[in-house]
Design a binder for this molecule. Sequence first.
Ligand code: TYM
Length: 332
Amino acid sequence: MAKRVFSGIQPTGTLHIGNYLGAIRNWVDLQRDFECIYCVVDYHAITIDVDPKELKTASRSMALDLLACGVDPERSILFVQADVPQHTELTWILGCVTSYGDLARMTQFKDKSEKQEFVTAGLFTYPILMAADILLYKAQGVPVGEDQVQHLELSRRIARRFNSRFGELFPEPEPIVTKGARIMSLADPTSKMSKSSGEAHYVGVMEPETSIRKKVRSAVTDVGLTPGEAMSPGVANLFQILEIVCELQGEAATVPQLKAEFADGKLLYSRLKDTTFDRLMGVLRPIQERRAKLAASSDVDGILADGARKAAEIARATMCDVRKLVGVGTGA
Ligand code: TYM
C-alpha cells in the first residue's frame, strides 16, 4: 500500500506564498507517489474569533485555492474537517493520553495566548485536534512548514502514549519539510510570513499583480544585518523566494548570477526585487488563471462532499478500532 500522507490548512485569511512555497506545492508533488488526504481545518479556525457567516465561505474558497494550486480530487481526498465528526471524537480520547506540560510548552500557544486577554481551552488543546486529524487516517507523512514541526513532535508522542496504554494502532507521523519551510514577512523579515500580522507582511497567492509588485518592491532589505553575516534577513528572504520560484520554472542560472553580483557588492536591491517579482509571477499567474476558471466552472461542493465521504469511511474504521481498544461504548 502506498504510504499515506495527511495535511491541513486553516481557512481563515488569505493563502499566502509562505503557505504555498513552504507546504502546498509539496502537497501537490506528493500526490504523484502517495495516497494523499488534504483537509481544510475549520474546527481549528474557531480557536480564534471568526464570523460564522464568513467561515463557511472561507472554507469553500480555500478549497478552490487548493484546487487551483494543483490539489487533484481525482488522485487525493480533499475535504472540510467538520464534515467528518470523528476528528473531534478522537480528539477527546487523545486528550486523555496528552500531557498538560507538553501542551504548555508549545511555542505557538505561548505566542498566541500572550496576545489575547481571553485564552480559550480550545487554543490550548489545538495540537491534540491536529494529532487527531493525522492519526485518524494513520498517516505516516505530514507535509508542513517549519512552524508546525513542534506540533508534529507532539503528535508522535501522543501516538506513542496511546499505543503503549491501549495497544499498537497508530504509526508515528513524520514531518515532510521542504525548502521554503520558513518564508519570512516582507515588511519584517525577522518574523515569519503569516496571515495574521497584516496586509503589508504577506503576498497572497491570488493577489492582483500590481499589489504584489508594490509589496515586493517595498520589501525591507537594509535592516537587521548582524556583524559577521553577509546578508540581511530581508535580502536572504528574497533570495530564498527567488531560488524556489526559479527552481519551479526550471531556471538554474539566475540565482547563482545574482549571488555572484551580491558577493562582488554590485547587486542593486531594485534588481533583486524586480527579478523576484517577475519570477514569482511566473509561478503565481497560472495558479490565478486556474482559480478564476475553477470559480466559474468547478463543482467545489460536490468535490468536498465526495472527499468527506471517502475520508469518513477511513475515519469510521479507525474509530471502530479505537473504541474497542479503549473500551468505550457498547456498540449500541
Ligand atoms: P496554517 O493554516 O497556519 O498553514 C498551512 C501550512 O502552511 C505552512 N506555513 C508556512 N510555511 C512556510 N513559511 C511560512 N511563513 C508559513 N506559514 C505557514 C504551515 O506550516 C502549514 O504547513 N495547524 C496547522 C493546520 C493543521 C494541520 C493539521 C497541518 C491542522 N491539522 C494536521 C498538518 C497536519 C496550521 O494552522 O497551518
